[in-house]
Design a protein around this ligand. Sequence first.
Ligand code: NAI
Ligand code: MG
Length: 334
Amino acid sequence: MKHRITLIPGDGIGPEVIDATRRFLDAAGAEIEWEEVEAGSAAMEKYGTPLPDIVLDSIKRNGVALKGPITTPVGEGFSSVNVSLRKQLNLFANVRPISSKYGISLKFQNVDMVIIRENTEDVYAGLEQDIAPGVAQTLKIITTVASDRIAKFAFDYARKEGRKTVHAVHKANIMKKSDGLFLKSCREIAKGYPGIEYKEIIVDNCAMQMVMNPEQFDVLVLTNLYGDIISDLGAGLVGGLGLVPGANYGNNLAVFEAVHGSAPDIAGQNKANPLAVMLSAEQMMRYLGEEHVANHMKHAIIVQLTEKTHLTADMGGSATTGELTDALISEIVQ
Ligand code: NAI
Ligand code: MG
């Protein structure tokens, strides 16, 4: 079946890894009609806004998008397109599987956790102001509606995927109101899932435990900022940002994107690891019911990561993005 999918190449390494992923999808037999749209600074120049309606309308119409990373100016300029997109489309759940099954991790062999990050509120609500010279304020917004919704998503996910434990990650010892509310939701929702063990962990301890003994974690549910930080920490445990895929889910909408950003330090050099976006695209094909295509992709990736003949520099090899992509394509067994 042919699928119509919105494509946002993004910037920095985005166009390189998205192009590699398109070639890989084609070779794996995916039938896709892409609707390509621009967001970020290129859109800013053209349309006067980094997130034009054209992008939002396209995703609403197609229901599915594949997205490359988009650079956000630091400390000034337009606010994050990535965050606005998630908020405007109400893509409330960000799902990021962190797994050592690809054998790139040097230290850990049995990491297999899924980070479920609330995507619409917390300090990402964009409520910031200068109160007085030398005093700035960012509001942290936590609501019962969003906390219930993400907790329910995490438990439903755990049940569907046959997972055993959900950890709620928080700092409710200090932020008794906001994180306290999040925790209250998690506790309530957990009661409806007696088959799944519910645990709580304070975020700083969680960071330490993840570095010392990440194998203990299964599903983690977190508010937005902790989810962001803990995701990158998790990526570091299993070989880096080049290997960790992601998906943002809302009601009948899904945007697939890697955890990593636009990596300006290596952009335009044909050096970026395309696997994180490819694995996101593999998830996208499963979401669309194209198990067959997804299995071809997964098989080729596992063969390459076992044989390690064409790894990019971040994985300790010397292959270019293009060479790794060619090798993956040659390993697809139709
Ligand atoms: P980053 O994830 O772009 O890069 C962090 C480090 O990981 C860099 O050393 C980079 O070279 C490396 N890296 C990342 N992806 C890689 C890949 N596929 N292959 C090989 N190496 C890779 O994070 P950074 O530098 O903090 O952010 C850069 C820009 O990206 C910022 O403007 C940020 O706002 C944006 N960003 C966008 C995201 C999105 O579009 N969803 C997510 C995260 C950051
Ligand atoms: Mg991040």
